[in-house]
Design a binder for this molecule. Structure first.
Ligand code: PHE
Length: 366
């Protein structure tokens, strides 16, 4: 796994504070890792321009986990034992964050995942934090939207059985949709990396659902959308934050049009803080509009920097305590107050896919 020093490329020394980052820079979730890296780099650049922290510059060591939980866990071990980082940012995919959290907690090094939503991630221990909402809420959001906005009565589910995120979200959606008076016709499964979903989609079609919930990641969802349409399944697809990637539109083409997913952030937000973030991000990354991953990673890095400033020193326990005290922190993906379980409680947005982009539909509060 190649390590890349960012934020000036300064080597570790007494004049710098070294942070660690683990992300999927290659593999099936590569856009997640790249967007997150960009958001973190922007936050560090701004902090360094404003004088750094405790008179020191911030640098970040980044490891690519190739979208694999085992690699993510190994990267954490390297960050802690070789690079001696004071804090770790990452991952996006909950399965990878779970593998990392185990190591970070055991070593007493604080970890902040910007975007992993499976509830068990922060249950790994008191050194593990997140700046996003969790899936019991996200699953409720789409169940409510499906029942109340789309007025669906019968929905099928297609889950990724290799992803803790997808399995968790499936469970919550099934339960909430039923509680709201809807019926789940069938639940089918695939494994991350599969390319042929026709058998599952054919089984789903037989149950005549009015919609299909597909809480997976964009690499698979784009292909699933195409194959569903090929098989004559015309009903709306619905999903969660794992759909958030430019690649979804490339892979899904017009087959993904008319679908909906829940997410953390919409660049359509007219808030001043959000507008400034989008402008600064575009300036640094060739005009790219930041997605939710970039926004949450930027927020996670800024929460970490804020804690570094407030903590009496950069030891693990001091940083842990400072992060835990994060209150009313103005993030670009919503205001962050960490609760006793080290999670943020925030609203979700629902986006609609049409013509190669996702547009804001509504906000659902917890
Ligand atoms: N919430 C997803 C997970 O836990 C990761 C994700 C977040 C993906 C935001 C895209 C956008 O696995």
């Amino acid at each position: 796994v190649p390590a890349v020093a960012q934020g000036g490329g300064t080597p570790a020394g007494d004049d710098v504070i070294v942070l660690g980052e683990v992300g999927a820079l290659t593999g099936g979730q590569a856009t997640f890792g790249i967007s997150s890296r960009n958001g973190i780099a922007l936050a560090l650049k701004e902090a360094n321009a404003a004088g750094g922290v405790k008179g020191k510059k911030l640098v970040v060591r980044v490891y690519d986990d190739q979208s694999k939980p085992e690699e993510a866990a190994q990267a954490v071990t390297r960050l802690i034992t070789q690079d001696k980082v004071v804090l770790i940012l990452g991952e996006v995919a909950s399965s990878s964050s779970l593998a990392m959290a185990e190591k970070a907690q055991a070593a007493g090094v604080p970890m902040i995942t910007p975007s992993s939503t499976n509830p068990t991630v922060t249950e790994k221990g008191d050194f593990i934090f997140r700046v996003c909402f969790i899936d019991p809420f996200q699953g409720f959001v789409m169940a409510k939207f499906a029942r109340e906005n789309l007025k669906l009565n019968k929905v099928a589910v297609l889950q990724d059985n290799k992803s803790a995120y997808s399995i968790g979200l499936t469970e919550v959606f099934r339960q909430k949709f039923a509680e709201l008076g809807g019926k789940i016709t069938v639940t089918e499964s695939y494994s991350q990396g599969d390319t042929d979903y026709r058998a599952q989609l054919t089984a789903i079609k037989k149950t005549q659902p009015e919609g299909i919930y597909v809480p997976g990641y964009y690499s698979e969802v784009g292909v699933i959308a195409r194959q569903a349409r090929e098989l004559g399944l015309k009903v709306p697809l619905m999903g969660g934050d794992g759909w958030d990637s430019e690649k979804l539109f490339e892979l899904g083409g017009s087959a993904i049009d008319g679908s909906y997913f829940s997410n953390h952030y919409s660049p359509d937000n007219p808030d001043e803080l959000v507008k400034k973030f989008i402008a600064d991000y575009k300036a640094d990354y060739n005009g790219a509009v930041p997605d939710a991953l970039a926004a949450l990673a930027y927020d996670a890095a800024r929460v970490a920097i804020d804690a570094l400033k407030r903590a009496p020193d950069t030891s693990g326990p001091a940083l842990r305590d400072a992060i835990a005290q994060t209150k009313n922190f103005p993030g670009v993906a919503g205001v962050i107050t960490l609760d006793a379980k080290r999670n943020a409680v925030k609203s979700a947005v629902v986006l609609k896919v049409a013509d190669g982009k996702a547009s804001y539909v509504t906000t659902i509060a917890p």
